[in-house]
Ligand binder design. Sequence first.
Ligand code: SF4
Length: 220
Amino acid sequence: MFSQMSRLVSYSPAYTIVPTYECFNRCSYCNFRKEPGDSPWLTMAEMKQELAGLCEQGVVEILILSGEVHPNSPRREAWYDRIYELCDEALNWGFLPHTNAGPLKFEEMARLKQVNVSMGLMLEQMTRELLQTVHRHAPSKVPSIRLQQLDWAGELKIPFTTGLLLGIGESPSDWGWTLEAIAKSHDRSGHIQEVIVQPYSEGSRQRSQGTDLILANYRK
Ligand code: SF4
C-alpha cells in the first residue's frame, strides 16, 4: 500500500499565537481556558513584537489558536476583528496564517478566508453522549455545529484541518463514525487537508484538581 503512495513528505515550520485564552465553553478536560475577562486580548503591538522575533527562525506558518467569545456576546465583533487583524498582520510580514478559533458564523468564516491560507476545527467526536458528560457546559461542542463548519469550509473552498480527540468518553465504534463524517464532507468538497488523531492527555490543571473525569466516563 505504502509503495503506491507518494513518498514526498512536506512540512511547514509553524508557531502558535493565542489571541486570548478566555473561552465561554467549559470542557471538563480543558487545560487552556480562562474565564471571560481574565485573559487580556493580544494587542497589535504585542503581535508585531512576536512576529519580529520569528523572522530569523525559519517560521512559515502562524497558527492563530483562540479561546471563544460567545456568538451572541456584545464582545464578539471586537474579538473577531482582533483575530482578523492579527491574521492580516501575519500576512503582511510574509507568514502564512491558519486560524482555529472555534465555530464561526458563515459570514465570519467567509471574511476570515481572505486573510488565511487555511483554517481548522477539530470535529472531536460525533457522539452526542459527550454533551451529557465532558461537554455538558460546552455549547460549541454540539457535533452537528462542528460538522457544519467542515461543510461550510468546503462550500467556501477553504483548505481545512480537522480531526478526532480520543479518550474523552467515546467508544471505539464512535471513532469510525467520526472519521466517516469527515470523509463524507471531504467527498463533497475535496477540502480536508489534514486529519489529526489526538489522544487526550491530562494537563496540569486536571492533575492539581485530582480529577479523572475522562477515564471515569470512558466506556469499555
Ligand atoms: S472549547 Fe473547550 S477545550 Fe477549547 S478552549 Fe474552550 S473550554 Fe477549552
